[in-house]
Write a protein that binds this ligand. Structure first.
Ligand code: CO
Length: 139
C-alpha cells in the first residue's frame, strides 16, 4: 500500500466557534464551510483550509461523545489525530490488520463523505491515525 496525502489534522476543541476565531486572528484562515454534525460519530466538525491540507476542528456532540474524555484531560483542546488518504479502504484495512495493527471498528462514512477507519494509537507510535479513502475526483 502506498501512503497517500495527509488529508487533515484533527484538533479537538471545546468550542468550534472559539477555535475558528483563533485561526482567523492568528492565521487569517477562514472555515472551508459551515460546521456540521456527525451524529453517528458523536461529533460536530468544521474544516479550516491550509494551502496543502486541512485542520478538522472537532467538538463533542452529546455527553457520550468519544472526544469528551480527551477534552477532560485536555480542557483547552489539542491535537487529536492525523488522517492519511488511501486508494481503497478495505484493502488498506486488510493490510494494516495483516501487519498486526488494531483497527477500531468497521469502515464508516467520515466527514468527507468517504469511508474511514482509525488505527489504535498503541499500534501507531502513540498517534491516533485515521485512514480515509480518497474522495473520487479529488486531487
Ligand atoms: Co478526522
Amino acid at each position: 500500500m502506498k501512503l497517500g496525502r495527509l488529508n487533515h489534522v484533527g484538533v479537538a476543541t471545546p468550542s468550534i466557534d472559539k477555535s475558528l476565531e483563533l485561526y482567523r486572528v492568528m492565521f487569517g484562515a477562514e472555515p472551508h464551510g459551515p460546521a456540521f454534525d456527525l451524529p453517528a460519530q458523536g461529533v460536530r466538525v468544521c474544516f479550516v483550509d491550509t494551502p496543502n491540507s486541512q485542520i478538522e476542528l472537532i467538538e463533542p456532540l452529546g455527553e457520550t461523545s468519544p472526544i469528551a474524555k480527551f477534552l477532560e484531560k485536555n480542557p483547552l483542546g489539542g491535537q487529536h489525530h492525523v488522517c492519511f488518504e488511501v486508494p481503497e479502504i478495505h484493502a488498506a484495512k486488510a493490510e494494516f490488520e495483516g501487519k498486526g495493527a488494531r483497527v477500531l471498528g468497521e469502515p464508516r462514512i467520515g466527514a468527507h463523505g468517504t469511508p474511514v477507519f482509525f488505527i489504535h494509537p498503541k499500534d501507531m507510535g502513540g498517534v491516533l491515525t485515521e485512514i480515509m479513502e480518497t474522495p473520487r475526483g479529488a486531487h
